[in-house]
Structures are given as C-alpha cells and as structure tokens.
Design a protein around this ligand. Sequence first.
Ligand code: PAF
Length: 283
Amino acid sequence: MILINTIKQAKKVLDSFRINNKTIGFVPTMGALHQGHIALIKTCKKTTDICICSIFINPTQFNNKTDFEKYPVTIEQDIDLLEAAGCDILFLPTVKEMYPANSPKWHYQLGYVEKILEGKYRPGHFQGVCQIVDKLLSIVMPHILFIGQKDYQQCMVIKKLVQIKQYDVHIEIVPTIRQKNGLALSSRNMRLTLAEKKNATNIHKTLLYVKQHLKPGNIKELKKSATLLLNTKGFKTDYVEIADAATLKPINKWDGKKPLVALIAAYLHEVRLIDNMLLTPGA
Ligand code: PAF
C-alpha cells in the first residue's frame, strides 16, 4: 500500500494510474476503521482497478467539541486492516494540508436535506461534510465513490453535492454491516462499555419493531411508541423518524406503497448513535 500525505503527491500518483486507463475507486473515512469500512474497501476492490482510502478526522463537521476530542484514533491498526484488505493507496493528510490558513469558506445550497434530522440536531455538520468531500473529490477525482448506508442522510447530501459541483463520479452505496446481535458497526461504538454495547442493540431492535408494526394509515403513534421503547432502555432519543426513502420528508400517513426509511438517532450517555432501515413494501 502506498502511503501519501500531501495533495501534490496524491494528484501525481493518481494521474499516473489514470493515464494508464485504470479505474479509480475512493473510500473516504475518518479512521477508527471497522468491518463496515472494510466492506467498502472490498466492494471497491471488486469494482475498480485502484482502491484509494483516505483517513482524515475532519474538524469542520463536528458541531460538538467533546465528540471531536474523543473521536477514536487507531491509525496503526487502521493501516494493518487496510493492507490486509488489499487497499492500494492510503491518503493521510494533515489538517494544515486540507485547510491551509486563510482558505476560503464555502457554503453549499443543500436545501431541505440539511435542515432535517441530523441537520437539525447537528447544525453545520453537513456543510462540514460537503467541504471535505468536495476537497477530497477534487484531489482524487475517482470514477466511483463508495459510501455506507449507515449514514443514510449523508449519502443523500453527498449525492446533492456531486450534483451541485457536477462531479463526474458514480456513487455506490454499500449496505450497513452489523454484529450478529444487530448492532450497526460504527467507530463511535469504541467509546461504549461492554454493557452499553449490549444495550445499544436496542436501536436495531426498535427499527425491527417499526418494520413489524408498520401498517398503512396513521403512523404517528408508531413513531411515539418506538421512541418510548428506546427511552425506557435508557437512551436519550433525538428522533425516531419514518420518512420517504427518496426525499426524507417525514411521513405521518402512509399509503402502504411508498418506500420508506426508518431513522434513529439516540444517545447512550454521551455517545450519540445513528442507524436506519429501509421499509420497502413487500420486502
Ligand atoms: O462518514 C464519514 O466518515 C465522514 O463523514 C466522511 C464522509 C469521511 C467525511 O469526513
């Protein structure tokens, strides 16, 4: 695996592959890698000639100082995992490299998708995500970008960014990887105790509860009972939402046909966890 720290070197190396007609697949991450990230790398390896992964804990997307300071850093282990998975290039820039002094501030017109759910509870978060993904895409210029369904709303935001900036890139969304007990893999799980990890499986259980109890008609009560279920298990729930899977508009009355997605964000002590489940009729 080639390790690259500078933008200049990244462009040079990637250009040499492009000149030789190699397809480039890109997996952006913030490190603290787990099997969810490795699934992205493996899908990338199957689909493109060259797989490049970036590790960069992007300060501009954290709206909470503690969350940023406590974000797990496991770089040596990350490198081992990437090498074992067959990743070709690791781009590991510094904050100074990505955000030089006096670098211009961007604002993206993301519209509705950044005002709801994560956007509402984490103001500015998606502007920060777009800022870094925009920079990374302009450096890597991949043919295919691989992102995880675990961050459902982020996937929609990145699609919107690609549309606004007219990047010529295909976006591949890879399904969430779960432990056997249903817990979605997440770097933030590293901050949970063993008992909390066990309790955290209630997020997936609540998504299953929503899926099992979903019926056409008024679904407001279902959201309420799902929220109650989580709160009684000791969570501080930001939201349990059932939304149109294509637009993320909340649905309160369901026609029984529209594909939906159930989304949850909840705290276990100071660790905020998110998860989602597609609720496609007939599936
Ligand atoms: O999902 C993440 O890990 C981050 O939000 C991303 C896409 C790497 C941007 O920093």
